[in-house]
Design a protein around this ligand. Structure first.
Ligand code: XUL
Length: 526
């Protein structure tokens, strides 16, 4: 019998599914559902609800639940062999949180397949909307938590990261401060990942070490709730949090709702879900330390695996648990694809091909022109007042601005990932913009490192499917090895390697100093 596993990824803009066949090492089905297009009645833009305050970014949790129904209905309609799936796992956009009252447990235990998930979840939320990772409205709460925990360095070494606006702890604290009655009525708090896992398993599921590390609430070294961090965040918080678990831990069988309604295998195992970044680490095959990936998605992220936990004293980067054991490092830049899209729109550039051609028509280093593309409040460096800044760059020159945005994004990555002390031997590029050779050449030159493109359009969902396979093999007592498990699924595109140009790399070594000075100047003005 074929060994089929399903991985789901609930990201900011879409829900994706990947089904793998472990024996043939093939992805046999993949599907993506864009929230804005598939579920327009939630009125989201890029998966986020409009808000008058540009720092507030919330999404409706019911939209994620409805998308889960829809994706299973579509897989059933497409004839996917749901009855043969052996285990299901998943990943979610990190940091986002879902708040329930005490009706959640009976609702999950009695999900009625005659109704939709939305109908089943009627009346279970203690907060209608979920703050997500793009939210930067909790600067005050971050300062309070950081102060109570003894400063940046201590907060980072304790929880894996300094207190960050989008992290779940500061978001919970804001909820407690601004809506104390609703907070008091909250009996349980989930992450996006554990919320979706709970729907699938029909019970409240644990938060895993990968996603749990993105909350400023978990003791990163011992992987337990950190009581001091919990106390610094909000009262009675321990009672509202589920237990922590290893990524991919088997938590039972997939619930009857899904087996009855969509014909999912009644013996399929349900596992704990993880964050999209930890799942991508697996989906990209980053098993060995020194392997680094740059993902050019809604946000741009720079990440890799790390054996021993080493935290960033300056508090810009993060350490999360990795599904393959050990840790992963990550630096997240919010102004990724959406910022590139804004530049494209600003100059009326018809498509990404033309954007790439304009970049290629200009010289490395852009004659010293620098653009800081903080269209949205930025995470790294921390910028709470959006705005773009140009230095020695003509705003009318479209080609120079296209090069400038990507050079700045890459120089910012190089500068702000130095704390990891990993000189990458090889960079794997992934995500939407990674199929543009001109952009990848800039990446190779700025990083002075070989770049290979991995064609895994849904690396998080693939990682989740592999996590499901790992959980199933472990439960069968087979002692699976990650290196063997990922092999064959994640090979870089043959012939797609891009080598750094020595001359260009030297130009960027020098330009990096100017870039750092421009950042300081712009930050001082804010
Ligand atoms: C990571 C982060 C983002 C989200 C995107 O810290 O905030 O990468 O996980 O979904």
């Amino acid at each position: 019998m074929a060994k089929l596993f399903l991985g789901l990824d609930s990201s900011t803009q879409s829900l994706s599914a990947v089904v793998i066949d472990l024996d043939t090492r093939k992805v046999i089905h993949e599907k993506s559902l864009n929230f804005d297009r598939a579920l327009p009645h939630y009125k989201t833009k890029n998966g986020v609800l409009p808000n008058r305050n540009p720092l507030v970014k919330h999404s409706p949790p019911l939209m994620w639940a409805e998308a889960l129904d829809l994706i299973f209905a579509e897989m059933k309609r497409d004839g996917v062999a749901l009855g043969k799936i052996l285990a299901v796992s998943g990943s979610g956009q990190q940091h986002g949180s879902v708040y329930f009252n005490d009706r959640i447990e009976p609702a999950l235990a009695n999900l009625d397949p005659q109704k939709t998930l939305v109908e089943n979840l009627h009346g279970v939320f203690a907060r209608k909307t979920s703050p997500i990772w793009m939210d930067s409205s909790t600067a005050a709460e971050c300062a309070e938590i950081r102060r109570k925990l003894g400063g940046v360095k201590y907060t980072a070494s304790r929880t894996g990261s300094d207190a960050f606006e989008r992290f779940t702890g500061p978001q919970i604290r804001k909820f407690f401060k601004t809506e104390p009655k609703a907070y008091a009525k909250t009996s349980s708090i989930a992450l996006v990942s554990s919320f979706m896992a709970s729907l699938l398993a029909g019970k409240i599921t644990p938060i895993d070490f990968g996603d749990g590390a993105g909350m400023n609430l978990m003791d990163i070294r011992n992987k337990v709730w950190d009581m001091e961090a919990l106390k610094a965040t909000a009262p009675s918080l321990k009672l509202k949090l589920p237990p922590l678990a290893a990524p991919g831990k088997v938590i039972g069988l997939v619930g009857a709702y899904f087996t009855n309604k969509y014909g999912l295998n009644p013996e399929a195992l349900a596992t704990a879900w993880t964050g999209d970044n930890p799942a991508s680490v697996i989906g990209l095959g980053l098993i060995k330390p020194g392997h680094v990936a740059i993902s050019l998605g809604t946000s741009d992220t720079f990440f890799g695996t790390m054996e021993k936990c080493q935290t960033d004293e300056d508090g810009e980067g993060h350490v999360f648990g990795s599904p393959s054991g050990g840790y992963m490092t990550l630096v997240c830049f919010k102004n990724g694809s959406l910022a590139r899209e804004k530049i494209r729109a600003l100059y009326g550039i018809k498509d990404w091909d033309e954007f790439g051609k304009l970049v290629a028509s200009t010289k490395p280093g852009n004659d010293g022109g620098i653009l800081l593309p903080w269209f949205e409040a930025e995470i790294v460096p921390r910028v709470n007042k959006p705005g773009i800044h140009r230095f020695d760059l003509d705003a009318k020159n479209a080609a120079a601005n296209c090069r400038a945005i990507f050079e700045a994004q890459m120089m910012s990555m190089r500068l702000h990932s130095q704390w990891m002390n990993v000189s990458p031997r090889q960079i794997f590029a992934t995500g939407g913009a990674s199929n543009d050779p001109a952009l990848l050449q800039v990446m190779a030159d700025v990083m002075n490192c070989r770049v290979e493109r991995i064609e895994v359009s849904k690396s998080a969902a693939l990682g989740a499917a592999l996590q499901a396979a790992h959980g199933w093999l472990a439960a069968a007592g087979k002692n699976p090895k990650w290196e063997k498990l990922v092999a064959g699924f994640t090979a870089p595109i043959p012939g797609g390697e891009i080598r750094p140009d020595k001359q260009a790399a030297k130009i960027y070594d020098r330009l990096l100093e100017k870039y750092a000075a421009c950042e300081c100047e712009a930050l001082a003005q804010l």
